[in-house]
Design a protein around this ligand. Structure first.
Ligand code: NDP
Length: 281
């Protein structure tokens, strides 16, 4: 059934050697797409490429630091030459974080987070646009974060790159219950960028969505999730009482790229075990 298949499609996934990006590469390739991925570590990249080849998955890769403008250009040129100038899917997955109070961030840390999480995705969208348009059916997915929707003690710069800062509104007090509404105002970075591009590029048949995970077991947050106190705190705040797994995010990312999702664009969808709808614990 072509609605539930990516056969014949081409995809670029940034940061595919570990974590969520790794799961996304596998998910897309298993659904039939030819995937090109990247990371900064050549040894790890080659190892992954060998594993994928052994599994019979059509995955290629090149070394690229997405914070470098010329390297981003090279990445898309490479993908374009492999895929004959046509790209169906771009997954902006690379992202990182430095956690500290706002007053302690240095100018370098600010620039690094902005370049890694936001500028790279923005420029890759610009570079990919002609290829996505040429393919006739395009889909972009940003890996955002619930930190772009609500304040989650993960640092204000990360929150700003992904979406926006915390703005709780107390709707009303009824029967001793306080309802909190975590508003999503119409300004912000990655989630808003997805909305803008969704409207601007709809005429080119390119859909653009953003996926916002809560804590997912990956190398990025291993140090936090191995801390029992942190894990207990997370469980107490999350209705499903656990962090997520990378393949619980990649399944939604893949769905958004399928022909079956052809009328879904401009959305930010959380994968969070209920975290963002949990009002007052
Ligand atoms: P990981 O750190 O586990 O994996 C990141 C991947 O990206 C690796 O393959 C890494 O390889 C690559 N990468 C990192 N920096 C660069 C760079 N500058 N250029 C090219 N490749 C790079 O991260 P996650 O899988 O956890 O995170 C993926 C995305 O999901 C991020 O955007 C993150 O913000 C978001 N997210 C993650 C959550 C979580 O709890 N894990 C929660 C919410 C959002 P290498 O280092 O070798 O370059």
């Amino acid at each position: 059934n072509f609605r539930w298949s990516l056969a014949g499609m081409t995809a670029v996934v940034t940061g595919g050697t570990r974590g969520i990006g790794h799961a996304v590469v596998e998910e897309l390739a298993e659904l039939g797409a030819a995937v090109h991925t990247c990371s900064r570590n050549e040894v790890e990249l080659n190892q992954r490429l060998q594993e994928w080849s052994a599994k019979g998955l059509a995955v290629t890769g090149s070394v690229c630091d997405v914070t470098s403008r010329p390297q981003r250009q090279e990445l898309l040129e490479k993908a374009s030459s492999i895929f004959n100038g046509k790209l169906n899917i771009l997954i902006n997955n690379v992202g990182t974080n430095i956690r500290k109070p706002t007053t302690e961030y240095t100018a370098e840390e600010y620039s690094k987070l902005m370049a890694t999480n936001l500028e790279s995705s923005y420029h890759l969208c610009q570079l990919a646009h002609p290829l996505l348009k040429a393919s006739g059916v395009g889909s972009i997915v940003f890996i955002s974060s619930v930190a772009g929707l609500v304040h989650i003690f993960s640092g204000s710069i990360y929150g700003a790159t992904k979406g926006l800062l915390f703005r709780p509104t107390i709707l009303g007090e009824e029967m001793n219950l306080v309802f909190f509404n975590f508003c999503v105002p119409s300004t912000g970075a990655m989630n808003q960028l997805a909305k803008n591009l969704a409207c601007e590029w709809a005429k080119d048949n390119i859909r653009v969505n953003s996926v916002a995970p809560w804590y997912i077991r990956t190398s990025l947050v291993e140090h936090l999730l191995s801390d029992k106190q942190f894990l207990d705190r997370l469980a107490s705040r999350t209705p499903m009482e656990r962090p997520g797994e990378a393949n619980e995010v990649s399944s939604l990312v893949a769905f958004l790229c399928l022909p079956a999702a052809s009328y879904i664009t401009g959305q930010t969808i959380s994968v969070d075990g209920g975290f963002t709808v949990n009002g007052f614990p």
